[in-house]
Design a protein around this ligand. Structure first.
Ligand code: ADP
Ligand code: CP
Length: 316
């Protein structure tokens, strides 16, 4: 029987650098990642692809705000900006995967599932924004923007520049998990829970309603992987491995570690909040819910990592 892997692609790894942020540049990055995911499928995995949307959802929101300021156009709520990213990024991944399958003569196709994710309206995250979205600004740009928009929260994102923060509640349930399972059983490569999923709250009468926020895609991927009993959670990001003392002279790559060791390193503050820390916490949560293995690596190392030759491998 084929093994089931959830592969979470980082929003920042789809935007390779500040000068290459166009839709076409992103498609190039998606095609590169798609090659390696197709390689994993050839290696014997069924794959569900999830993806980030931090940069993209921020770009769409800002465009809408500027269009509203300059041309009086209607404002697009953040939750709809997130839904837009599921379609636009899902479309690119679906097309790139289908092209890979054709090139390799594989009788398989990809399908994107618009995915809603339930969150609690009482989540304290709604009072304290933590999720960086959109462009990176210099300190000077950030100061000007802060004066223009006193309601914004701008912080330095892991030393890479200043970004705007929005609320990021914890995902509680992937509403489309059953249809995702069904499609996987039918042999499709599924793209789901894009951008962490579209945040919705359940109403007393059983209906659901969108709410403005951006869910962390690593937490949503971890929850999805646990809910569909995936064998493996892979978090694909900008680095081939996780490091202790990252960026310092005594930096040390982690190859194989246990859940207990990982918890210890979190205590010792090895992982930057807003970048590596959520990935580590997502891995911990997956393994605590019964997951058997998680890998953190970069897109180009996916096949090598699955074969055990690179990446950071975490076991219960
Ligand atoms: N301890 C660490 N080990 C490896 N990378 C780290 C560490 N701490 C912070 N990072 C940074 O975190 C980045 C991943 O976070 P981010 O770019 O926000 O993710 P995403 O790919 O999901 O957009 C890495 O590319 C690296 O620059
Ligand atoms: N939604 C989300 O977590 O996106 P990034 O991975 O791009 O931050």
């Amino acid at each position: 029987m084929k093994k089931l892997a959830v592969v979470a692609i980082g929003g920042n790894s789809l935007i390779r650098d500040n000068d290459r942020q166009t839709v076409e540049d992103q498609y190039d990055a998606v095609c590169e990642t798609a090659k390696h995911i197709a390689g994993m499928i050839v290696q014997g995995y069924e794959v569900i692809i999830t993806h980030g949307n931090g940069p993209q959802v921020g770009f769409i929101l800002r465009r809408s705000e500027i269009a509203s300021e300059v041309a009086g156009m209607h404002h697009v709520p953040l939750v709809s900006c997130g839904a837009d990213t599921q379609g636009a990024i899902g479309y690119q991944i679906q097309q790139a995967m289908d092209n890979e399958f054709k090139n390799r003569g594989l009788a398989k196709s990809a399908v994107t599932v618009v995915t809603q994710v339930a969150v609690s309206p009482e989540d304290p995250a709604f009072q304290k924004p933590t999720k960086p979205i959109g462009s990176f600004y210099t300190q000077e740009q950030a100061q000007i923007l802060q004066e223009q928009h006193p309601d914004w929260t701008l912080v330095n994102d892991a030393g890479r520049g200043f970004r705007r923060l929005v609320a990021s509640p914890l995902p509680q349930e992937i509403l489309e998990k059953d249809v995702i399972k069904l499609l996987i059983r039918e042999g499709y490569c599924v793209i789901g829970a894009g951008g962490g999923g579209i945040p919705v709250v359940k109403q007393a009468n059983g209906s659901v309603k969108g709410i403005d926020a951006v869910i962390d895609k690593d937490f949503a991927s971890s929850l999805l992987a646990a809910e569909i009993s995936a064998d493996l959670l892979i978090i694909s990001t900008g680095v081939p491995k996780v490091y202790l003392n990252y960026g310092k002279e005594n930096e040390k790559a982690l190859d194989e570690i246990t859940l207990a060791e990982l918890r210890q390193y979190v205590e010792e503050d090895h992982f930057a909040p807003g970048s590596m820390l959520p990935k580590i916490l997502a891995v911990i949560s997956f393994l605590e819910k019964g997951g058997k293995k998680a890998i953190i690596t970069n897109p180009e190392s996916l096949e090598e990592a699955v074969a055990g030759r690179t990446g950071t491998h975490v076991y219960p």
